[in-house]
Design a protein around this ligand. Structure first.
Ligand code: PMP
Length: 333
């Protein structure tokens, strides 16, 4: 039993770590999932939101009653809106209009001002990240959270996610893997775990359509294919990714990720988003690799990034899955 928390912000982090049965059987070793859907905003991004806001307060950039502006696929905005409400700030969230309906409704419900922009490549000035930077510059008393290149993001994982995993596994962990959006989770957790034990293998799990697999494998930022996964898939080395201790890398398709989303829900009662399924597929690949390399009973941890309830109109919707040419969970009518 944990003691009562002193404030709502203390509910961020200290999430459970759970042994995943199916993935462990598939890998032939122990695979653990960090339950980030148990954060108040139901995703891993609550941690980055809290660290970014605290950092802006410390630097003096964010003053009482100020506004936090961010471009986000959704989860960071949800985390920022909750943290801002708890500390008396306003939030303006810029989001591509291709993200799930649930994320938009959630942001509006939390009181964030939502600005939707058409999906555009990063080189386009209308891209949601550039739009959010401009809005922050134009708004009085506003700071730009800048989650991609603000390393307060990865510090959240160096200082919280990594030590939590290390303690929860009592210092017996052989590998860690997850996918990158901003790269804060993989870089921060990787750096934090390596500080405990540099022999822990850190693997990047990349979805199709992202450029990092080729970068870490061949030194070239090159994307191939595409993915419907929200929140992951990066095409550049963000400041958060710079210096990430990546030892090896895997590329995982949406079909493989979805198969784990299906199995984790129907066999283990975990309702997750697609980035979690892709992470679990990567963890199984990493577990198999460590077993093949002769490590005795390796243990691998990954991130269960957000709740599946955020994707009822997409991943858990027959018509949507069919429209994307993806396999449909058999129980969906
Ligand atoms: N999964 C989901 C659902 C996300 O929203 C994000 C954040 N963009 C990630 C994974 C990746 O986390 P990070 O930004 O730390 O790389």
């Amino acid at each position: 039993m944990t003691l009562a928390r002193a404030s709502s912000l203390d509910l961020i982090g200290n999430t459970p770590l759970v042994l995943l049965k199916g993935p462990s059987e598939a890998a032939g070793c122990e695979i653990y999932g960090k339950c980030e859907f148990a954060n108040p905003g139901a995703s891993v991004k609550d941690r980055a939101a809290l660290w970014i806001v605290r950092d802006a307060e410390k630097s003096g950039a964010l003053q009482p009653g100020g506004t936090i502006v961010e471009g986000t696929a959704g989860n960071t905005g949800i985390g920022l809106a909750l943290v801002a409400n708890a500390l008396g700030y306003k939030t303006i969230i810029v989001m591509p209009e291709t993200q799930s309906r649930e994320k938009m409704d959630t942001l509006r419900a939390l009181g964030a001002e939502l600005v939707l922009v058409p999906a555009a490549p990063f080189s386009n000035p209308g891209h949601f990240v550039h739009t959010s930077r401009r809005l922050a510059e134009e708004t009085e008393g506003a700071v730009w959270a800048n989650q991609f290149d603000n390393i307060a993001n990865r510090r959240a994982h160096i200082e919280s996610t990594a030590p939590e995993i290390w303690e929860q596994l009592e210092g017996r962990i052989d590998g860690f893997t997850c996918a990158a959006g901003t790269g804060g989770t993989i870089a921060g957790t990787g750096l934090g775990l390596k500080a405990f034990d540099e022999n822990i293998t850190i693997a990047l799990t990349d979805p199709h359509g992202a450029a990092l697999y080729n970068f870490y494998a061949h030194g070239e930022l090159k994307a191939e294919g595409n993915s419907v996964a929200e929140g992951i898939g990066q095409g550049r080395i963000t400041a958060n990714l710079d210096g990430a201790p990546i030892d090896t890398q895997f590329r995982i398709s949406d079909e493989e990720g979805l198969e784990w989303v299906r199995r984790l829900l129907s066999e283990e009662g975990l309702a997750l988003g697609l980035s979690s399924g892709i992470n679990v597929a990567g963890a199984v690949a990493l577990g198999r690799k460590l077993v093949a390399e002769g490590r005795a009973n390796p243990r691998v941890a990954t991130i269960l990034c957000d709740t599946g309830f955020r994707y009822l109109s997409t991943l858990y919707n027959r018509a949507w899955l069919e429209s994307k040419g993806l396999p449909v969970f058999p129980w969906l009518s």
